[in-house]
Design a binder for this molecule. Sequence first.
Ligand code: FE
Length: 192
Amino acid sequence: MGWEPLKDAVRGLTELTARCCSEPEVIKGARPILFKLIENSSWLESAYKEPHPEFYQQYLLYADPSNRFSVVSFVWGPGQSTPIHDHTVWGLVGVLEGAEKCQRYERNSMGMVEPVGSEEMYFPGDIDCVSPSVGDIHTVANALPDKPSISIHIYGANIGKTSRHVFKPDLAEPINFISGYNPLSAPVLDLS
Ligand code: FE
């Protein structure tokens, strides 16, 4: 199988983001592309599934040269979770292996983050969506106590280079951050 499923997704997203300009259109078009990509996890080489003992990992799989989208493998070891954070661009999160817990937040009139709704569980094949227009602040945690969980994320920019925010429950001011990636290079894809 090799990287064919990823290459198909990248070709589809390149065509989609070149053709569509509105966020709802792009999200609507990207969802079936991600759904197909997470149908099966065998295309993802084991190096990009490797958890780190202390920190969840973000492996860049592809960055569009025109910065219209990126595809990233997120790997959570047992017990690992993100801080409360935003994205500032649209994002689709599709679970590939394991299970993930997500909690959404909103900022109140004081600027403090408050949970919205209850924690939701996501399993392989499930897709969640974030963006400044549909709700952009959340946490994601591995729901499994003894195994890694992996999800494939598609964002409307090179997310590892995007300036965004972490929120602390007791602070009104967000903290700026740029996440970066695990140093493992993205796979070289022949898209011709
Ligand atoms: Fe997120």
